[in-house]
Design a protein around this ligand. Structure first.
Ligand code: 1GP
Length: 248
């Protein structure tokens, strides 16, 4: 089946033009269908460019319902960021096909991806191969627990850079530096800079970003796209402060 690649093309175009992308992460485990409408009004008025949907532990079919609801409330692209194969639905526009390169658990390096094929075979969802690197942040995160892998040490930047580069050389289309949802420390500038200098594919950074300063810092360090979830869940006025007509 021929697959679309329009979402990835847009990401490449924005990256080459230096346009900042912001993905709002909606965890179906934390947001109910009833909450979507009000939240999306704020998202639509903000500088957000993408909506990511996913979580580490989400009940089957919940994702599909919430994606369908989100779709009625926004024109922004909806990209799945799944914790496992049960979260794949063709109601979304694209899927981050994640491989957890920072860990050595075969289930999250290739096992889940093999299981996804029988679902993907029958649907035309855009698939974007993504090298996913979990970096330590000062506390244990859901990704770490669920995948039973260790995050990469912030002391070993060479290893982080080489792992990101290996993902690119394997043909991955995006690299995602993840500090983990609700991280105490977001990904440090020097890590973002060094990874960005090494790779040519777009770079996504997420985990623990709570302020405009941290967001700005991630972009200035080289993130092409930043993902924020927890800060918007806890404080929707943060979203208001990122209005699309905002003049800095
Ligand atoms: C988590 O990178 C995302 O997978 C976003 O993290 O919830 O901390 O913003 P936060």
């Amino acid at each position: 089946m021929k697959r679309k690649n329009s979402i990835y093309s847009q990401i490449l175009e924005s990256t080459s033009e230096g346009k900042r992308m912001l993905a709002v992460l909606i965890d179906p485990d934390k947001m109910t269908i009833e909450m979507v409408s009000n939240f999306l009004i704020k998202v639509n008025a903000s500088i957000a460019t993408h909506i990511f949907v996913g979580g580490s532990t989400v009940d089957a079919f919940v994702t599909e319902k919430i994606v369908s609801e989100i779709k009625t409330q926004t024109t922004l692209p909806i990209v799945l960021f799944p914790g496992d194969v049960s979260q794949i639905t063709n109601k979304a526009d694209a899927l981050l096909f994640l491989s957890l390169l920072s860990g050595r658990n075969p289930e999250y390096l290739i096992g889940q991806q093999v299981k996804a094929v029988s679902i993907l075979r029958d649907i035309s969802l855009e698939v974007i191969s993504t090298g996913y690197l979990l970096i330590e942040n000062g506390k244990e995160t859901a990704v770490q627990k669920v995948t039973n892998t260790k995050p990469m040490s912030v002391e070993d930047i060479d290893n982080i850079v080489d792992t990101a580069k290996a993902g690119e050389l394997l043909g991955m289309k995006l690299i995602y530096l993840e500090a983990g949802s609700g991280a105490l420390q977001a990904i440090a500038s020097n890590i973002i800079q060094k990874v960005k200098n090494e790779i040519e594919i777009p770079l996504i950074v997420g985990g623990g970003i709570r302020t405009k300063e941290q967001l700005e810092n991630a972009y200035l360090s080289g993130a092409d796209m930043v993902v924020i979830g927890t800060a918007f869940e806890n404080n929707e006025s943060f979203l208001d402060s990122l209005k699309s007509n905002m003049i800095d």
